[in-house]
Design a protein around this ligand. Structure first.
Ligand code: ADP
Ligand code: MG
Length: 454
């Protein structure tokens, strides 16, 4: 295998491991410069990319290199102008302040050793909107009522919506208000791994138990990972009881509410549910824009408002991706040495905003629409012109086109033996209405929710 193929294979693996935004930003214009004595030298377009790959993605890179070519022991990075995109101006030597600023970004990795808390995630840097205001308010009150009122506190929501940030913010605030309190943050995955290693190495379990029981605030992130791991669940159950009985606060996050975590031991589930539960949903436009403005902060170069607005409009679901998009724009501006225009931003973000479409089967679509509009089974196939039927049928046709990619003749046929022009008309009608009718947007979102359930 030559170097080019090796690197292609590495990139192919990494693409699945890092966010799309990160991948597009940091791995573009990289290549293998050479392999010598087990050390692969990776050529990168600029010092900024070099620093990020070294600090943030080194492990991913090594792992993927080795999985393809086991004899590789390590990797180093060089800035090579041959890799730079042709349009990029020659970069001037960074000023000392710039270097400092770039390094500051790595604060996110300087986690406190005692608590595992990341100082970057605070309440001050947490934007509040209707999507998270309850979880936020609950989190703030926990810091004032530790162990007494809301115990445990359980926060859940989808990926990249701020659960981890909120958990750290609570921990940081408690630590700030009570420097002597013991606070410990851990993901449930790490809890499981630590336990496995204690058992494997036949270390005394006493130390492990002590570590988790001897705290004032225990924060467990992504508790759903513990489900189905019997030994860990048991150990954790006892840890929970011990803390709870001693009036110590426990906080959890999960990607779903306790009742939806599968394979979770019942007695543990009932503990998780026993206190206060809050969810974080998807941020609304205003909150997305506020987050972008906050993350932009004093960073140079300034990103134009219209670019921020464009990002907030197009990236709707995930705050991590929102940040990723901002980073792409910032990195692009940095390379160009000036703020980029809206048109340039659109091009840079093309890859990110092209949502990977999910595919639904016709029966998933038909069932979801039938259920959503409370129709009788087969109701969509009736040859009726009643409005209660016509609209759902048009929506089903629209979805058969968008989410199943059916041809118009197929769609017409499928929904009660109609002509392909009927299907085409329905598709165009719904597409048009979606542009101005936000209620319809919401309805279709909910129907898709049903379609892609489970
Ligand atoms: P989760 O744990 O839910 O997957 P994270 O807490 O890791 O999500 O959040 C992903 C990124 O989005 C983080 O960089 C975080 O700082 C940022 N973020 C999430 N929610 C907010 C918010 N309300 N205000 C500011 N930044 C946020
Ligand atoms: Mg998280």
């Amino acid at each position: 295998m030559d170097q080019e193929d090796l690197w292609k294979s590495v990139l192919g693996q990494i693409e699945f491991e890092v966010s799309r935004a990160n991948f597009a930003t940091w791995f573009k214009h990289t290549s293998i410069h050479g392999i010598d004595d087990g050390i692969a030298t990776i050529a990168v377009p600029n010092a900024f990319a070099k620093e990020w790959l070294e600090k943030k993605f080194h492990k991913n890179i090594i792992k993927s290199l080795r999985s393809t070519m086991p004899e590789i022991r390590n990797a180093s990075y060089v800035v090579s102008s041959a890799n730079a995109p042709l349009s990029a101006p020659i970069k001037k030597k960074p000023e000392p302040e710039e270097i400092l600023e770039e390094q500051l970004e790595f604060k996110e990795f300087s986690v406190d050793r005692d608590t595992n808390l990341n100082p970057k995630y605070t309440f001050e840097s947490f934007v509040i909107g209707t999507f998270n205001e309850f979880a936020h308010a609950a989190g703030v009150s926990i810091t004032k009522t530790l162990g007494t009122l809301y115990n445990p506190f359980f926060v859940y929501g989808g990926v990249g919506l701020g659960k981890t940030h909120l958990l750290h913010a609570i921990g940081n605030k408690v630590k700030k208000d009570h420097p002597n309190f013991k606070v410990l943050y851990i993901t449930s995955e790490r809890f499981v791994n630590e336990l496995v290693s204690v058992l494997q190495n036949r270390e005394p379990i006493h130390n492990f138990k002590e570590k988790y029981r001897n705290v004032d605030l225990l924060i467990i992130d992504d508790i759903q990972f513990i489900a189905g791991k019997a030994k860990s669940e048991e150990e954790f159950f006892h840890t929970f009881n011990s803390l709870y009985e001693n009036g110590k606060q426990i906080i959890f996050s999960s990607d779903k509410p306790p009742k939806s975590i599968q394979n979770l031991e019942e007695r543990l589930r009932s503990r998780l549910e026993a206190g206060l539960t809050a969810d974080i949903s998807e941020p609304e436009y205003e909150a997305r824009l506020a987050i972008l403005k906050l993350k932009q902060g004093a960073k140079e170069p300034i990103v134009a408002d219209e670019v921020l607005e464009y990002i907030a409009l197009t990236i709707q679901k995930n705050i991590r991706e929102l940040e990723g998009a901002l980073n792409i724009v910032l990195a692009k501006s940095k390379l160009k040495g000036r703020p980029i225009t809206l048109e340039e931003a659109k091009i840079s973000l093309e890859q990110l905003t092209k949502t990977t479409k999910r595919i639904a089967t016709p029966s998933q679509i038909i069932n979801a629409v039938t259920q959503y509009y409370d129709l009788v089974d087969g109701g969509l196939f009736e040859r009726s012109r009643r409005r209660e039927i016509v609209k759902p049928r048009q929506i089903a046709m629209y979805l058969l086109r968008e989410d199943f990619h059916g041809s118009y003749p197929f769609i017409g046929q499928k929904l009660g033996g109609r002509d392909h022009t009927t299907a085409l008309h329905a598709y165009e009608k719904i597409s048009g209405e979606l542009k101005k009718d936000s209620k319809l947007v919401e309805e279709i979102k909910q129907i898709r929710g049903k379609m892609y359930e489970s």
